[in-house]
Design a protein around this ligand. Structure first.
Ligand code: BEZ
Ligand code: FE
Length: 277
């Protein structure tokens, strides 16, 4: 029988009958069923389909060792956060997770109290908290990786040269506490010089993420945690372009004084609760 509108989906699903990998078969069946459904519903013209193909082509061409445009696409379409929600369902009151983002990179080890703003200048900020388990007992020796953009909205890896700044790895102390000095984070746009930027523009969407600091925390016997702390009051908290804000991750920035350096600073407190493996 000819391949036609009414038997198209069945014909393709039938062609998968020999797939032995059950998971692959499930994924392909679902993918084709939904993809065909979209095509039947939208009835794209051939020009429109070619536009879609060209968009995906450009997305691939934009990728290199430092840039992953497909992940950015998944981020702005809410797929990354949907995946996060499905894979990190909370079982107790452990700290919620959020997207990794494209700017994670190896970072220098620092000791507690150090300033991770090496050459970037901004409003001084002390970030501190406790790493604990769900029974509120301290976890010592946890590895805490942090990274953030500067007041110009850029991460070090977005700039020319090899300068490493505003990123560090430290360890929680015996009592589970940690503290580092930095500059106040600022809201910033995700990279818009590629097809994802064009897409946001065509969809009348802004590219901004509210101010945040990234955390990746690892401790023996606990699940690795990838999260952010967001700054209360940021104008983009309600419209993060990658849908990654969770209320439980928003903290207030308090005005304070850094006695050790005899200067005004902001204080940001962020306790982290880890879930057992
Ligand atoms: C980030 O927070 O670094 C980020 C996350 C998703 C997309 C772009 C940037
Ligand atoms: Fe970020």
């Amino acid at each position: 029988m000819d391949f036609n509108e009414s038997n198209a989906t069945e014909a393709v699903l039938d062609s998968f009958s020999k797939i032995e990998d059950k998971r692959l078969k499930q994924i392909m069946n679902s993918l084709i069923t939904h993809l065909h459904q979209v095509v039947k519903e939208v009835e794209p013209t051939e020009d429109e389909w070619m536009k879609a193909i060209m968009f995906l082509t450009k997305t691939g061409q934009k990728c290199d060792d430092r840039r992953q445009e497909f992940i950015l696409l998944s981020d702005v379409l809410g797929v990354s956060m949907l995946l996060d929600a499905i894979n990190n369902r909370k079982s107790k009151d452990e700290t919620e997770t959020t997207v990794l983002g494209p700017f994670h990179a190896p970072s220098p080890t620092v000791t507690n109290g150090e300033n991770i703003a090496k050459s970037v200048v901004g409003d001084n900020c002390i970030v501190s908290g406790n790493i604990m388990n769900t029974d509120k007992n301290p976890i010592s020796g946890a590895s805490i990786e942090v990274w953030q953009s500067g007041p110009d909205g850029l991460y070090d890896v977005q700039k020319d040269g090899d300068v490493v700044d505003l990123r560090a790895t430290l360890s929680s102390l015996k009592d589970g506490s940690y503290l580092f000095r930095t500059v106040k984070p600022q809201y910033y746009p995700i990279p818009v010089d590629g097809p994802v930027g064009d897409l946001l523009n065509n969809l009348d969407r802004h590219p901004y993420r509210p101010a945040h600091i990234h955390f990746m925390v690892k401790a023996d016997g606990y699940k690795d945690l990838v999260t952010h702390v967001f700054i209360d009051g940021d104008k983009y908290l309600e419209s993060d372009t990658v849908f990654a804000v969770k209320k439980s991750l928003i903290r207030q920035l308090d005005e304070g004084f850094d006695e050790d350096n005899n200067q005004k600073c902001y204080n940001l407190n962020f306790d982290i609760i880890m879930e057992k493996n």
